[in-house]
Write a protein that binds this ligand. Structure first.
Ligand code: C2O
Ligand code: CU
Ligand code: CU
Length: 534
């Protein structure tokens, strides 16, 4: 499916582009009425919206196993300061549903062997600041792919963006050196043009940790929770995206932690948790079901300046990560780690918004404190200098605005939902869908800028910028401006409907960088722009 065909189909339809939710709902109702009036015979499948594909039951996957450890990607280099390995993206079958054919995922494997049990999640890459990383990527998928190093400050041509695809059967080497100050919790995933959402929902994503020599929490026991989403058809296949998945971003019936449903975690002493939201579109309002507090110590780009104590809920938008301190407590207890209800205002095909989804249990935790006393957290974790606070010059401003346009007639047209890409939906940045040939914004390297990311749509979108970490300055909504309290490094930030998020950002290398909504379906549909750095 070519972008051009998609666009001309959408633009030539009778309905003008519609921004307002009520107008959208109205158009849907009109379309429905027209269809009812016109069809004396029962609608053919594909003539109206497809009935949703029959899905596996929400409890079809086993639950309650101990949290699986993620695989580690072994370093094939013996040289100090070098990390060298191979990642092969290839199909891999897993027996998931009893009595059904195996489910074929796409997964990242180390070069040596196909890994055929345990979490599908890509092997964990664990390196140090200063290391030179050399990853040979082998594409054994039926589609072009890339590996994008989400959040890492790697050179533009090494960042696996859509302009550098690796064809099926081909390979390439990604090579970069991680600078001092880059310690943090990152991830990697494919980023090919218009195919990222599918490749990630089929299983391609993995964690990437960079460690600092002077990490004040180095001695703390660590636990890694990589959260992903799985939409499984009743026949055991990974379901294709339907119209609703494209519109709101795909959410499956299963939310997995390290590849499994509702794992069991045993906390016997205070721990440092790193949590990744590797879901295509699901928002994770992290909390414990008994309301117990935890401490946030880090964001995407590493540790905070100081621990943020007493947190009872933490929103991780798709693509975001956090580091937490979870205490064993004084007495034995149990709690579930949950994704509490969060209303991101998902759209409906016919009547405004969908209600927010239910609270979902992610993991069951048993707290069984040993005799060891509570570990003390340092009052300061590291120094974070406010970006752009030095100097008297006001930084140059840039504006990024997310918009959407829904053409309900095109969306309800015959066959619309059976297309590889849906018709009638546009998700845009600064008034346009992504065009690989177009530069959306231009910056100069080393120059701190103030970006305003506005969301003129009816639903939340997580903004993500490649190649750097930024600082959120403030959030503005309905004329009320709220200064950001946490001084933190991030590469992804949620922008609520009607909100404008102010960030300070700087790029350090010349070249092209992407910025986009990290709901991967929206990214694929073109809610992405190119920043040219010179
Ligand atoms: Cu995690 Cu451009 O993406
Ligand atoms: Cu990225
Ligand atoms: Cu979006």
């Amino acid at each position: 499916m070519k972008r051009r065909a998609f666009l001309s189909g959408a633009l030539s339809a009778a309905t003008a582009t519609l921004f307002a939710r009520h107008a959208l709902a109205q158009a849907a109702d009109d379309t429905m009425h027209a269809m009812h009036a016109a069809s004396a015979t029962p609608a053919m499948p594909g003539n109206t919206m497809h009935p949703p594909e029959a899905l596996a039951a929400a409890d079809a996957l086993p639950a309650g196993a101990p949290l699986a450890a993620l695989r580690a990607l072994a370093n094939e280099s013996r040289e100090p300061g070098q990390f060298r390995a191979t990642l092969v993206a290839q199909p891999a079958a897993r027996a998931l549903l009893p009595g059904r054919p195996q489910t074929v995922f796409w997964q990242y494997d180390a070069g040596s062997a196909l890994h055929s049990d345990g979490p599908v999640i890509g092997p964990s890459i664990d390196v140090r600041e200063g290391d030179t990383v050399e990853i040979t990527f082998v594409n054994r998928l039926p589609q072009p792919s890339t590996i994008h190093w989400h959040g890492l400050p790697v050179p533009p041509e090494q960042d696996g963006d859509p302009s550098n695809p690796v064809a099926p059967g081909e390979r390439r080497v990604y090579r970069f050196t991680l600078p001092p100050g880059s310690a943090g919790t990152y991830w990697y995933h494919p980023h090919p043009h218009m195919l990222s959402s599918e490749q990630v929902f089929r299983g391609l994503a993995g964690p990437f940790i960079v460690r600092a020599a002077d990490d004040p929490l180095a001695a703390w026991p660590e636990r890694h929770l990589f959260v992903s989403d799985l939409k499984l058809a009743a026949d055991g296949t990974i379901a294709a995206n339907g119209m609703m998945d494209w519109m709101n971003g795909r959410e499956g019936q299963f939310v997995l932690v390290n590849g499994a449903r509702l794992p069991h975690i045993e906390v016997v002493r205070d721990e440092r948790w790193r949590i990744w939201n590797g879901c295509n579109a699901r928002y994770l309002q992290l909390a414990f079901d008994d309301g117990r507090a935890f401490t946030q110590v880090g964001t995407d780009g590493g540790l905070l300046g100081a621990p943020s104590e007493g947190v009872t809920a933490l929103l991780l938008a798709p693509g975001e990560r956090a580091e937490l301190i979870v205490r064993a407590g004084q007495n034995a207890s149990r709690a579930s780690l949950i994704a509490a209800q969060y209303d991101r205002r998902k759209m409906s095909m016919s009547h405004g918004s969908l209600p927010p989804g239910p609270t979902i249990a992610l993991a069951n935790v048993r707290f069984a404190p040993g005799s060891a006393t509570q570990s003390a957290l340092p009052a300061r974790l590291r120094d974070i200098a406010p970006l752009g606070a030095s100097g008297s010059q006001t930084p140059p401003k840039k504006s990024v605005v997310f918009t959407e346009a829904m053409d309900m007639q095109a969306m309800h047209a015959p066959g619309a939902s059976t297309q590889p890409m849906p018709r009638g939906m546009q998700f845009m940045v600064n008034g346009a869908v992504f065009d690989p040939e177009r530069v959306t914004l231009a910056s100069r390297r080393g120059e701190v800028e103030h970006w305003m990311i506005g969301n003129a749509t009816d639903m939340d979108h997580p903004f993500h910028l490649h190649g750097t970490q930024f600082q959120v300055l403030a959030r503005e909504q309905g004329g009320v401006r709220q200064e950001e309290e946490l001084l933190a490094w991030r590469d992804t930030v949620n922008v609520r409907r009607g909100e404008t998020v102010h960030i300070a950002t700087v790029q350090h290398e010349a070249g092209k960088r992407m910025f986009h909504c990290h709901i991967l379906e929206h990214e694929d549909l073109g809610m992405m722009g190119t920043l040219r750095v010179s």
